[in-house]
Design a protein around this ligand. Structure first.
Ligand code: FCB
Length: 458
């Protein structure tokens, strides 16, 4: 494997709603995911986040596990309705206490906290007031960011505003498969812009309030998107998918504007991004790090199953296709480590000057624990190893990539898939809440240790 830099960061990631449980404790109010879990058919098996990994009560044990594996960094998210119930007004000190203790626990064990402010759990009251399609939510987010920073800014250096705005906006408002379950392209586009605006406002507020140099970031879900064939209809479809799924997110933040071709594609559907004067400057406020989440890549075709290039409304077809002939994870996602190299190289070429960290990468597989609860997950271990090698190749090729967080520390609530899909480095037996590190967790920790040993050896 190509060498990673000596100070390369090795961590694992989680998010609040997926692990914490304790939905009504110490003043927490409902988030849109608490509500969505109650919609019949929305989540597999009718699963909810009510208990999840019971992390709210087992946090010290979980931090000890992560540190014991040998990882040096922990990416977690803060639950907005826990620290600012209802999404407005003063902070809830009891909610902040939990993250205060978490940060202290991490630091005491030599683990660097990598904090995400928003990983999809919008307070339900803000949804009732319009949610992300409403402009006001961006301002509410900046207030919330400042409240969290007031309490933790003395000890936390690494701050990520948003996790995967694409999923919040498109899965949540266009495809209807995530909370809040909307199905409107126009609402999704408004949500993207207001997420971006919230990000920019929060970056400005944190920068102004900072008591120490902060590393400010945003995390995007990215992949490559080649045309299915060299046919012009497929090339055009890949261009549209790239505009809507990739440049929609990176261009405003790193280049100061929305792509012209995207504006054209949306205009053809009668949709305009609701940009007001000054928004683009706010959104493009410089950040220090770009978080990249990578799971898989698709190909794009400009024809439907019947071979037509336009739909019933006369609009061009854009159809995502698998590559075929590749190994699949338990979720049926194709395993394509080479595309992670290509992706990181593309970002460093097209958006130069911003260091990257892979903030999520991992795989669900059907784990088979032995009698002691141990999982010999050679599949997941191979997945992580191949993707880490892909990161090293990108680094060797000139991409400034500084760390890698596996998704996820624990098996947890995998959104609409409920508890069926397990991504953890550590197995969670949900009946007993017993945690058992898997082979993949031991392997990643050992890899991190060896990398650090090289650093000390000079
Ligand atoms: C990402 C999410 C994360 C997890 C992984 C599998 O899109 O950020 O919470 O669900 O996918």
């Amino acid at each position: 494997m190509a060498r990673l830099p000596p100070d390369f960061r090795f961590g694992a990631a989680t998010s609040a709603f997926q692990i914490e449980g304790a939905p009504a404790e110490d003043g927490r109010t409902a988030s849109i995911w608490d509500t969505f879990c109650r919609v019949p058919g929305a989540v597999a098996n009718g699963d909810t986040g009510d208990l999840a990994c019971d992390h709210y009560h087992r946090m010290p044990e979980d931090v000890a596990l992560l540190a014991g594996l040998g990882l040096d960094s922990y990416r977690f998210s803060v639950s907005w309705p826990r620290v600012q119930p209802g999404g407005r007004g003063p902070a809830n000190p009891a909610g902040l206490d939990f993250y205060d203790r978490l940060v202290d626990e991490l630091l005491a064990r030599g683990v660097t906290p990598w904090l995400t402010l928003y990983h999809w759990d919008l307070p339900q009251e803000l949804q009732d007031a319009g949610g992300w399609p409403a402009r006001d939510t961006a301002f509410r987010f900046a207030d919330y960011a400042e409240l969290v920073h007031e309490r933790l800014g003395d000890r936390v250096e690494h701050w990520t505003t948003l996790n995967e705005p694409f999923c919040s906006a498109v899965l949540g408002h266009v495809e209807g498969v995530h909370a809040p379950g909307g199905r409107s392209l126009g609402e999704g586009v408004r949500a993207v812009h207001h997420l971006h605006l919230g990000h920019g406002l929060a970056v400005r507020r944190l920068r102004a309030a900072a008591r120490r140099p902060l590393d400010l970031a945003v995390t995007h879900l990215l992949g490559t998107g080649d045309p299915a064939t060299a046919h012009p209809a497929d090339v055009a479809a890949a261009r549209r998918a790239d505009a809507f799924g990739f440049r929609f997110y990176l261009d405003p933040i790193l280049r100061g504007g929305y792509p012209a071709d995207l504006n054209g594609d949306l205009a053809a559907r009668g949709i305009e991004i609701p940009v007001r004067e000054g928004d683009l400057e706010t959104i493009a406020t410089p950040i220090d790090t770009l978080g990249v989440n990578y799971y898989r890549s698709m190909r794009f075709s400009g024809t439907d199953e019947q071979g037509a290039t336009s739909d019933a409304d006369g609009l061009p077809v854009t159809r995502a296709l698998p590559h075929g002939g590749l190994p699949l994870t338990g979720l049926g996602w194709e395993v394509m480590p080479h595309d992670l190299t290509a992706l990181l190289l593309r970002v460093s070429r097209d958006y130069p000057g911003v260091p990257m960290v892979v903030t999520e990468n991992g795989a669900a597989y059907e784990d088979r624990p032995d009698a002691h609860g141990f999982v010999e997950d050679t599949d997941r271990t191979a997945y992580l190893s191949a993707h880490l090698a892909a990161v090293a190749r990108a680094h060797a090729g000139g991409a400034d990539v500084r760390g890698y967080f596996a998704w996820s520390l624990l098996d947890n609530f995998e959104w609409a898939y409920g508890y069926d899909q397990r991504f953890g480095l550590v197995r969670v037996d949900y009946a007993t809440q017993r945690r058992t590190p898997k082979r993949s967790g031991l392997w990643l920790g050992e890899t991190a240790r060896r990398s650090r040993a090289r650093r000390t050896a000079g």
